[in-house]
Design a protein. Structure first.
Length: 83
């Protein structure tokens, strides 16, 4: 019985453990390349949007009303000329 246990332990160490380490290495690569790339890329995009909106937000009602009027005129022009 001890020989079978020794054989199985050796087989597991050579075949099973190495195979699992390869799978784990692939998982680490996927995590670092794909998952972290998507998460970090999303964070960079959100940071850029935040910087842009910070510059656009002036806190002055006159600026917001002027932007709304210009946007309304632009929509009207598109509907008028495209329709």
């Amino acid at each position: 019985m001890e020989q079978i246990d020794d054989w199985w332990t050796e087989f597991y160490n050579r075949a099973g453990l190495r195979g699992m380490m390869r799978v784990a290495g692939g998982s680490v690569w996927f995590d670092r390349s794909a998952i972290d790339g998507v998460v970090d890329g999303t964070a960079v995009g959100v940071r850029r949007v935040g910087r842009t909106t910070t510059g656009v937000q002036t806190g002055r009602l006159q600026d917001y009303l002027a932007a709304a009027v210009l946007l309304g005129l632009a929509v009207f022009a598109v509907v008028w000329f495209a329709g």
